[in-house]
Design a protein around this ligand. Structure first.
Ligand code: SAH
Ligand code: SF4
Ligand code: F3S
Length: 470
């Protein structure tokens, strides 16, 4: 951290103390404990941000409630990667209004990616004017300050900035799981894929210093964390722009060397920057999970070029097949988009060809969604909905066939599973995650949660296994 980051951190800690005083007084007046909840949309980055927001709420004296919007303060941490993410938020905001009518003291906040997009911000201000607090991705670290202003009685706070000045470290965090944690290694993205709003709402790529990252992971390991997921939009370009910083594979090796860390995952890898060094690092260290998410987007070289993905169909295929050759027990997953402007049925055939050749273990398939301000949105050759739907169904069918076939390849094996939770629908069962990211349910007691145990994969049921401890 540089000097200005340190000062920003200290200032925010003081705001946490101020909120705590204000909240204690309010609770004395009302005679009840005030509650808060954070509702998260979007990707792993947002999930990790929500843990920080929750940490600040708890440090400020709120009682944190999970999975409910019946709280005195509800904070929506939003996503805007596709239009359906926006629509989902608007649905929740409609319901929040009826709650607020019943409880006029209730506070509603919105943060994250969506308010960083100017037209969405306008819509919120106009159509949901009862929202008390709005802030964005670049000033999340200043949440303690905004919270203290809210608790002092200020309303309609709207603080959006268009770039990040600080990487503030060491604010309080409440983790969802005691035994695993996401760790940001970089923020933002420089790739500007022509369909994507992420660089516009998350800003330019900024890597954290490796010493800060390793220190955070050492502390996590000290509290019992066994699995970390290193987070960034393009982890393979980790360290770019910091003089003398180590590479991503080197960072992975150093994370694996930390006592107590037994599993390391990472998200997301851009195919254009995936190095041979990374493949060899994954291969040589068993602690690095046997799962690689390698977004394809499209199998058509023409479409990939127009998307600004900076690889061809052949380069992607060579890379994916080489990885499978080198690390046969790796599970490969991907993201695929259908309906990019100008995409033809022949382009979709290319996508299907790649799916068939790579044989993904799983894939997320998305219908292209026009995002305001991105180059693809202003193209005139948007594909008609019916055509997109037809192509999407073809891709989905192919992905499902591949996933079904691939998931069978673990049948009968005994593999270590990190037990994550008790099974809510099967009494006496727990649920664990394998290194390849598959889920296995098996008989076990809650005492196993957070431990890694060998499990035989007895029966494949599509995307998960039923197993037994050995
Ligand atoms: N940084 C990651 C992706 C982050 S967004 C990467 O480059 O792989 C997650 C996924 O959302 C993307 O992989 C893409 O498939 C999808 N996506 C992004 N923008 C989209 C849009 N405008 N319409 C539909 N899907 C989109
Ligand atoms: Fe979006 Fe492309 Fe960046 Fe991923 S790499 S976040 S798809 S711009
Ligand atoms: Fe969504 Fe923002 Fe993540 S737009 S996908 S929450 S980076």
């Amino acid at each position: 951290m540089n000097q200005s980051d340190v000062l920003a951190t200290i200032a925010q800690r003081e705001f946490v103390n101020k909120s705590l005083d204000l909240l204690t007084n309010k609770e004395k007046e009302s005679g009840k404990k005030l509650t808060a909840s954070v509702i998260t949309f979007g990707c792993q980055m947002n999930a990790r941000d929500s843990e920080k927001l929750a940490g600040i709420l708890v440090a400020s004296g709120f009682e944190l409630l999970e999975d409910t919007e019946d709280a005195d303060f509800v904070l929506y941490n939003t996503c805007t990667v596709r239009d359906n993410a926006n629509q989902k938020l608007y649905g929740h905001l409609g319901e929040a209004l009826s709650r607020k009518k019943k409880n006029p003291e209730m506070l509603v906040g919105i943060c994250g990616c969506l308010p960083q997009e100017p037209s969405a911000l306008e819509k919120i201000k106009k159509s949901y004017s009862y929202v008390d607090l709005i802030f964005g991705t670049h000033n999340l670290y200043a949440f303690p300050e905004y919270l203290s202003r809210l608790l002092s009685g200020e309303r309609h706070i709207c603080e959006i900035v268009d770039h990040a000045d600080n990487i503030v470290e060491d604010l309080p965090v409440i983790r969802k799981y005691p035994f695993k944690s996401g760790v940001n290694i970089m923020f933002g993205c420089n790739n500007f894929c022509t369909y994507c709003i992420v660089p516009h709402v998350r800003g330019r790529e900024r890597s954290r210093e490796s010493t800060d990252i390793l220190e955070e992971i050492r502390k996590l390991a000290g509290t019992g964390v066994k699995e970390v997921m290193l987070l960034g939009q393009n982890v393979n370009s980790y360290g770019n722009g910091i003089d003398g910083e180590i590479s991503f594979p080197e960072l992975l090796k150093r994370v694996c060397d930390i006592d107590g860390i037994e599993r390391v995952r990472f998200m997301t890898s851009h195919p254009k920057d995936l190095s041979e060094e990374l493949i060899q690092t994954i291969k040589s260290d068993e602690k690095i999970c046997r799962h690689l998410h390698l977004p394809l987007q499209s199998g058509s070289t023409k479409v990939l070029k127009e998307m600004n993905r900076r690889y061809t169909k052949e380069q992607y295929l060579d890379l994916a097949l080489h990885i499978k050759d080198e690390i046969p027990d790796i599970a490969l997953t991907t993201d695929i988009m259908v309906g990019f402007p100008g995409e033809t049925a022949a382009d979709v055939d290319d996508t299907i060809d790649v799916i068939k050749q790579v044989e993904y273990d799983n894939a997320f398939t998305f219908i292209y969604s026009k995002r305001m301000g991105t180059p693809a949105a202003s193209r005139e050759d948007q594909v008609p909905e019916a055509e997109v739907k037809e192509n999407f169904d073809r891709v989905l069918k192919c992905v499902q066939d591949s996933a079904k076939k691939q998931s069978l390849r673990w049948q009968g094996l005994v593999l270590p599973a990190l037990v994550e939770e008790t099974n809510t629908s099967l009494d006496g069962y727990v649920t664990g995650r394998l290194s390849n990211n598959m889920i296995v349910h098996f008989p076990g007691t809650p005492g196993l949660i957070g431990t890694i145990v060998p499990v035989r994969l007895d029966e494949c049921r599509g995307f998960y296994y039923m197993g037994s401890r050995v």
